[in-house]
Design a protein around this ligand. Structure first.
Ligand code: NDP
Length: 521
């Protein structure tokens, strides 16, 4: 079996202030007496998964152009940048770099499409285009999932079973609203805003595109969208679906490029609204740039969610929820449950269960259907994770990682958690955006609420308990836009999503997600 497809072994490394490897099971030379509570089945690493690589062939072009006015066009400056597969570091394609003149052309095309066609179409007609796009996404879901995995590093089981079904579901959901907007706004007069500039990140490239494009089009707006530099390919394949669906030219325009392209879009006088998902830092820059302009703004920014585990919760289910809460999509999730608050009485038990569970996680080839943790999206993101993990070690927390052989090429980080974390540690305050959990403890519900809310963010939270009354008490006091109870990271197009405080403004998804794209009288 290739090295990259090997499962993590059950040995665990615990790193303290001075990194060292402590083998707690499996590899000791002398027999170990294992306490009864610690005993578990041990297959000695002999049972393993056979490789299950995705075999569907997809065609990735050598070069991708900009998508403006319904056509693929070369950038005016003639510049291109590479898009790498983060699991292999191999170049997948080169992507057009949009200069400010290209952004001008895209905004002009969106304006023409808005005035001449899209804003004049009845809602039912707009809905038909959206339904058609949703069905085409379903038809091509496998191909799109593979592209998403190759360009971004996420596992095929997530892109195939989570991202793509949700992408189609968002188009279906907002298609349904296009001719029912009067009911969404309770009879008030409404009109579209005009041309919307949209900027999206690299963690869910197609899903973020769907979150932004579907409600904008359903409400009668046109769009100029900029994907993240490292993940442009899948949205350019979505552009082909727009062509196949016969979407009128200029209704959606795609400008690929780096932060400068985003800045040109934000500052463009022809844009009526900016919708941004990404870091709080860039979100603040955008908010400052728009002060004093008539442009509307929605921001979906970072998070440092508290996942709160009470002693009366069903522990095995909770452990699975904690695992998916932090390790889903390599932890590249703004609402990841990255701070776990465990009630003090069950702390040792929970740590042991988590330690055993991460030792079974498979890190490696994202295109293998058995892989649990794929590649980190980029070299710079991997460096950021290393830097924050090192800060945790330096500040005195204990790092727990499974022993696992990582592929030699590509960007990888094993599933990890820290114990001995205090609220003042950087790893308890800053978004790591990687597969790293910080575990803290609490004694009473009041203490859990106070410590959970002690963060500049307020995007999401989780509560695990057997008591419905405790859930109600907690969800009412947690300052977070989304609170999951006895589950985590569940998404639905009908549910609004968004944050408090430095996690952003406005909501995406649900009826609420229509309002930021409408002018209400
Ligand atoms: P950024 O906020 O830098 O990027 C998000 C998007 O904004 C990308 O399309 C990016 O382009 C674009 N952009 C960057 N600078 C500007 C600018 N000045 N004006 C307009 N658009 C701009 O996130 P990063 O990719 O750098 O990730 C950094 C951190 O942000 C992560 O570690 C994570 O903590 C957080 N993050 C949060 C996300 C969330 O969902 N809330 C999603 C992604 C990241 P380009 O990619 O070309 O630079």
């Amino acid at each position: 079996m290739p090295k990259s497809k090997r499962a993590a072994s059950s040995a665990i490394a615990v790193r303290k202030s001075k990194p060292e490897v402590v083998k707690t099971s499996g590899h000791a030379s002398a027999p170990i007496v294992v306490p009864v509570a610690e005993r578990k089945l041990n297959f000695g690493g002999k049972w393993n998964y056979a490789p299950a690589p995705e075999t569907t062939k997809v065609a990735i072009d050598a070069r991708y152009e900009l998508f403006i006015d319904g056509k693929f066009v070369a950038p005016k400056g003639g510049k291109y940048f590479p898009s790498l597969n983060p699991a292999t570091e191999r170049k997948l394609a080169e992507i057009a770099l949009a200069a400010p003149e290209d952004v001008d052309a895209a905004v002009a095309a969106a304006r023409r499409a808005y005035t001449k066609v899209w804003s004049k179409l009845p809602g039912a007609e707009r809905g038909k285009y959206l339904y058609r796009i949703a069905r085409l996404i379903q038809e091509k879901a496998r191909e799109l999932a593979i592209i998403e995995t190759m360009d971004g590093g996420k596992t095929i089981k997530e892109s195939r079973d989570v991202d793509l079904p949700l992408v189609a579901a968002h188009f279906f959901y907002y298609a349904g609203w296009a001719d029912k907007l009067d009911y969404a706004v309770h009879g008030r007069k409404h009109e579209p805003l005009g041309v919307c500039g949209q900027i999206i990140p690299w963690n869910f490239p197609l899903l973020m595109a769907a979150w932004k494009i579907a409600p904008a089009l359903a409400t009668g707006n046109t769009v100029v969208i900029k994907p993240a530099e490292t993940t442009s390919i899948s949205i350019l394949h979505l552009a082909r679906i727009f062509q196949e669906a016969g979407l009128p030219e200029g209704v959606v325009n795609i400008v690929t490029g780096a932060g400068e392209t985003g800045t040109a879009l934000v500052n463009h006088p022809g844009v009526d609204k900016i919708a941004f998902t990404g870091s709080t830092e860039v979100g603040k820059l955008i908010a400052k740039a728009l002060v004093g302009t008539p442009k509307k703004l929605t921001l979906e920014l970072g998070g440092k969610a508290a996942n709160i585990l009470f002693e009366d919760a069903p522990l095995d289910q909770a452990v699975e929820g904690i695992i998916s809460g932090i390790y889903f999509n390599q932890g590249h999730v703004c609402c990841a449950g990255s701070r776990l608050f465990v009630q003090e009485s069950i702390f040792p038990q929970v740590v042991r269960k988590l330690r055993d569970r991460i030792a079974t996680m498979r890190v490696g080839d994202p295109l293998d259907k058995n892989t649990d943790l794929g590649a980190i999206n980029s070299k710079s993101q991997l460096e950021k994770i290393h830097e924050l993990v090192q800060s945790g070690i330096s500040e005195g927390a204990q790092l727990v990682q499974p022993w696992c052989k990582l592929p030699e090429k590509g960007y990888w980080f094993p599933p990890s958690f820290f114990t001995g974390v205090t609220g003042s540690h950087r790893i308890a305050q800053e978004e790591i955006f990687g597969p790293v959990l910080s575990i803290l403890t609490f004694r009473t519900p009041e203490e859990a609420i106070e410590r959970a809310n002690h963060t500049p963010y307020g995007l999401s939270a989780g509560v695990w308990t057997d008591k419905g009354s405790k859930i109600f008490k907690m969800v009412n006091k947690l300052r977070a836009g989304v609170v999951w109870a006895n589950t985590y990271n569940k998404f639905d197009p009908a549910s609004p999503f968004g944050g408090y405080k430095e996690s952003g403004w406005g909501r995406e998804g649900g009826i609420q997600g229509l309002l930021p794209y409408l002018k209400l009288a």
